[in-house]
Every structure is written in structure tokens, then in C-alpha cells.
Design a binder for this molecule. Structure first.
Ligand SMILES: *Cc1c(COP(=O)(O)O)cnc(C)c1O
Length: 362
């Protein structure tokens, strides 16, 4: 079957080079070969996230670490900042872990603002919060620096941040932000196959995790730290992913991180321009649009063009591209176009050409 190129916001297209690295001959995860591999990528990951902390590799999708972070770091009550499908779900996940949890819900399409969090944390009820930097379902990027600045006012609250669809596409300076956990799955902006997550924890988070009696085994942060100190993972990792991550990190630094960030900003602007050219509005509140994907309004916002999204998807798919028809309750009234990962101006232009052609056939 002919491959349909992925322009959905995850998983995204994976390069031949990455697949080759993924298929490197297998090695033992307690041997020197693996330790050398992890030790080689550790400083690259630390540079990527601007941190002195050890960066961990988890063989799970992002949700594994998202659940694990709540189990490691919530003893009193967690504040779940909710503005879309993924961030909303974190509340259920916390409750399913038996945690006291409360929603800070804003309307889909709006970002989470620092003032709203401040108000909640001022109650003194919370010892942790969850935040999604780039809410992939709505295409909204919340102002992370502004929110992270609250950490100074509430040093005992653990700030757990999901950067699943923004990590590697925008600068994320972990130590400078001062937050406690930053995590991402590999199938989004990293452009690796799904099945692995990358995360980092603050010294305060590790100290707190050590006091959590019910933090579980598989996502025990203390175990991740102990093992990372030896360039290992707590359990057998997906070694193919680690090879692929190594190859990918080499790509990032060959391109240059700043160039990578600029490329994402540029290709995202091109997608917004494509939407405007066809009379569409964007779904996110102005000024908070993601730069890794574009959530186009198709009736979810007043005014603007609307089309038969299912038909648009089919017409584009027939030309070899997969786009997303909207997520959860905004399925059909929005659609999403991803520019994350390896996409360039040239490859995005191929997508726009297919979309342009499809628009004439609707
Ligand atoms: C995709 C996504 C997730 C879920 O990731 P899984 O890999 O399916 O666990 C969580 N958060 C955000 C922001 C995402 O985009």
C-alpha cells in the first residue's frame, strides 16, 4: 500500500535516516554499549532542555510519565489546568490514581493564564499542578514563562508540564523556568516513532518523590534518577528508540536549535497564511496559537469559511497526505494541520498544493 504522508499532529512523519537508526542491531541494556549510547545523548538532551539535571528516557507513551508525575508528586491535591482534550483528561487520570484533584477549566480555544492559577494556588490547597504547554487538540499554546514565574511565589507546589507537542520546536529552558517536571512523547515534534517519552525532574521533585509511598514502580522518579546516574533506565527500554533519538539529536544540532525553532515558526506562519487565503478563521484565541500545528476553525468560531472536512480529508489523502479532522468535541468544526518535526518550507508547500487542489473540488 502506498504510504500516506502524515500531517496529523502526531504521530508525525518519520525520516528514512531515523528508521535506519531505529533498526540498529540489538544490544543489552545493562552493557557498556547501551551506557555509551545513553551517555552520548545525555549532554545533547541537557543542551536541548537547558538543564543540568539528568534527562530520562521512558519506554511508554507520554501518558505513562503524565500519570507517573502525579503519582510521584501529589500528596495533598493536584490542580489540573484544563483547556482541551489532553489537559482535561489529566483530571480523570489523577482521580484514577486516587488523588484529590480539582479542575481549573477554561473554554477550549483559550489558553491557561497565570492569574487564574495564582488565584487557585493562593488557597493553599494544592501541592502540585498539571499544565499542557501546547494543547494539541485546540492548537493553543499557553504562556509557559508567565505561569512558571509563579513557582517563586509557591515554591512547594510541584509544577508538572507537558510539552509533548512543543518540545524541540520552541526553546524550553528547564532550569531557568524553574518548573519541576517537563515531559514529551517522541512521536510529536521529535519526529520519532511513538512508544518513548523523554522527561526531566527538578531536585525538589526528586526529593518529594522519595517521600511518596505510593509512587509505584514503573514510573518511580527516584529509580529513573538512580539509573540515569549510571547511564541506564530502570527497566529494559525500547533500545531502537534510543538509537533513533541519538540520530535525531545529531540532526537537531547539525541544523542548529535556533534554526530549528525558526523553521517551525516559519512553516507555521505559512499554514496560517494558507488558512487566511481560503477565508478560514483560526480556532485559538488570538496571540496564543501553537507554532507546531494549526487548528483551523470550520464553524467552531463565528464567521469564516466552512467546508465538508471529511471530504477535504479524503481529497487530500488521495493525493498522499493525511490531515486531521478535529479532535473530541470540536471534530468537524475544526481541522488540524501539523508542521512539526522535519517539515520544511518545501515540504509544507507540497501539502498546501494538495489542499489548494482539494479546495477546488469541494
Ligand atoms: C499526544 C499528546 C499526549 C498523549 O500522548 P501519548 O503519546 O498518546 O501518551 C499528551 N499531551 C499532549 C499535549 C499530546 O499532544
Amino acid at each position: 500500500m502506498a504510504h500516506v504522508k502524515l500531517h496529523i499532529p502526531g504521530p508525525v512523519e518519520v525520516s528514512e535516516k531515523t528508521f535506519k537508526a531505529f533498526c540498529s542491531p540489538m544490544i543489552g541494556h545493562r552493557g557498556q554499549g547501551f551506557k555509551d549510547l545513553y551517555a552520548k545523548i545525555q549532554p545533547q538532551l541537557q543542551t536541548l532542555l537547558s538543564t543540568k539535571q539528568l534527562v530520562y528516557i521512558s519506554t511508554s507513551s507520554a501518558w505513562g510519565v503524565m500519570e507517573g508525575a502525579v503519582r510521584n508528586l501529589t500528596q495533598k491535591k493536584v490542580l489540573n489546568c484544563m483547556c482541551g482534550a489532553f489537559s482535561d483528561k489529566w483530571l480523570d487520570v489523577a482521580k484514577k490514581c486516587g488523588k484529590q484533584a480539582e479542575a481549573l477549566q477554561v473554554e477550549w480555544g483559550s489558553p491557561i493564564r497565570a492569574e487564574a492559577i495564582d488565584k487557585q494556588l493562593a488557597t493553599g490547597e494544592f501541592d502540585s499542578l498539571t499544565l499542557i504547554h501546547n494543547e494539541t487538540s485546540t492548537g493553543v499554546m499557553s504562556p509557559l514563562a508567565e505561569i512558571a514565574a509563579l513557582k517563586k511565589k509557591y515554591p512547594d507546589v510541584m509544577f508538572i508540564v507537558d510539552a509533548v507537542s512543543s518540545m524541540t520546536a520552541v526553546p524550553l529552558k528547564f532550569d531557568e523556568l524553574g518548573i519541576d517536571v517537563l515531559l514529551a512523547g517522541t512521536q510529536k515534534a521529535f519526529a520519532l516513532p511513538p512508544g518513548t517519552a523523554v522527561f526531566v525532574a527538578s531536585p525538589a521533585a526528586l526529593a518529594k518523590a522519595a517521600t511518596a509511598k505510593d509512587r509505584g514502580y514503573y514510573f518511580d522518579f527516584v529509580e529513573f534518577q538512580k539509573n540515569a546516574e549510571q547511564s541506564m533506565t530502570p527497566s529494559t527500554p525500547s533500545i531502537g528508540h534510543v538509537y533513533a533519538l541519538s540520530s535525531k539529536l545529531d540532526d537537531f544540532f547539525a541544523e542548529g536549535l535556533e534554526a530549528r525553532y525558526a523553521r517551525h515558526a516559519k512553516t507555521n506562519q505559512m499554514t496560517r497564511d494558507w488558512a487566511a487565503k481560503h477565508g478560514f478563521n483560526l480556532f485559538p484565541e488570538k496571540g496564543f496559537e501553537s507554532i507546531t500545528l494549526t487548528c483551523v476553525s470550520n464553524g467552531a468560531r463565528p464567521g469564516g469559511r466552512t467546508v465538508d472536512v471529511a471530504k477535504l480529508q479524503k481529497l487530500v489523502k488521495d493525493q498522499g497526505f493525511l490531515i486531521d479532522g478535529g479532535y473530541g468535541k470540536i471534530k468537524g468544526t475544526t481541522f488540524r494541520l501539523s508542521n512539526m518535526g522535519d517539515e520544511t518550507e518545501a515540504t509544507m508547500n507540497q501539502l498546501y498544493a494538495a489542499l489548494d487542489k482539494a479546495m477546488t473540488q469541494l
